[in-house]
Design a protein around this ligand. Structure first.
Ligand SMILES: NC(=O)c1ccc[n+]([C@@H]2O[C@H](COP(=O)([O-])OP(=O)(O)OC[C@H]3O[C@@H](n4cnc5c(N)ncnc54)[C@H](OP(=O)(O)O)[C@@H]3O)[C@@H](O)[C@H]2O)c1
Length: 250
């Protein structure tokens, strides 16, 4: 498959490495300063676009992909407020887009199981929950897309309902129905997420720690392969089911 990358930072380079190893060709890179005409011709020359850039670029990437009628994988985070409007625009235009705040297969499973465990424990008396994420200094958004996704799942699953709070309040207490998201920025950390559960007799911590960026890149490339013959706005869950059933796309 011929792939065009939007953004060529830490993740763009990891995607190039993984895509090449899977037999694909990166036919070009769209940088912040790439002129519109060049973006369009690159999009037409590619069979799929993969965006790991900046939240401010996502709407433009979607329009580029819709205009060229090419599938688009979005790994960029920090654009949650636009997500519903963009998903609707893609569906109405017959485009193909897949988004995940975290394309690691292990993280997707982590999210499912961690949220399910938390939902069960939070039904018991006196259990409390918090989320902590640690990323490298260069990360542009906070909390991470993955921490937000975990928080969303907890908010949906917890009974009685709980609301995620970031940053934690400094001049008053958390209320009974709130929980905190903690954020650390440190060195070159690829990404650590920790779910903390505090009960009257027990403490549970479930941690995912990425050992490199290649796991995210692998998921994004698999998503591009999966998206080729589909239209709609998708989340990584559908690709995950296919990866877990061990079927490879031709
Ligand atoms: N979904 C996942 O699995 C996953 C995993 C890791 C990271 N991420 C997310 O992916 C994004 C990129 O992460 P990263 O670590 O690769 O960041 P990075 O190293 O800062 O790279 C981002 C690149 O995008 C470029 N860029 C910025 N605006 C652009 C535009 N309008 N058009 C084209 N390129 C543009 C930047 O160029 P300049 O240097 O000129 O600004 C930079 O080269 C972030 O949102 C991050 O949270 C997602």
């Amino acid at each position: 498959m011929r792939i065009a990358l939007i953004g060529y930072g830490r993740m763009g380079q990891a995607v190039e490495r993984v895509a090449t190893a899977r037999g694909h060709a990166v036919v070009g890179v769209i940088h912040r300063a790439t002129p519109r005409s060049e973006r369009e011709s690159l999009a037409h020359a590619a069979e799929a676009l993969i965006d790991f850039s900046h939240a401010s670029a996502v709407a433009e990437s979607v329009e580029l992909a819709l205009g060229a009628q090419r599938p688009l994988v979005i790994g960029t985070t920090g654009w949650d407020a636009q997500r519903e409007a963009i998903a609707q625009r893609v569906r109405e235009s017959g485009g193909s887009v897949i988004y995940a705040p975290n394309f690691s297969v292990a993280v997707q499973l982590y999210l499912q199981h961690a949220a399910a465990l938390a939902a069960q424990l939070l039904r018991l008396e006196s259990w409390d929950v918090a989320i902590e994420e640690i990323h490298h200094r260069g990360k542009a958004d906070a909390p991470s897309g993955t921490a937000r996704a975990l928080a969303e799942r907890l908010q949906r699953a917890a009974q009685p309902p709980r609301e995620a709070v970031y940053p934690a309040p400094t001049e008053h207490r958390l209320t009974e129905n709130q929980f905190a998201i903690g954020v650390l920025r440190l060195g070159s950390e690829f990404g650590t997420h920790r779910l903390l559960l505090d009960g009257p007799y027990d403490w549970i911590e479930i941690t995912h720690r990425a050992k490199s960026r290649d796991g995210f890149a692998y998921g994004a490339v698999r998503a591009a392969e999966w998206l080729r013959r589909r239209t709609g706005f998708y989340h990584f869950q559908e690709v995950l089911n296919e990866i877990l059933s061990h079927t490879e796309e031709e």
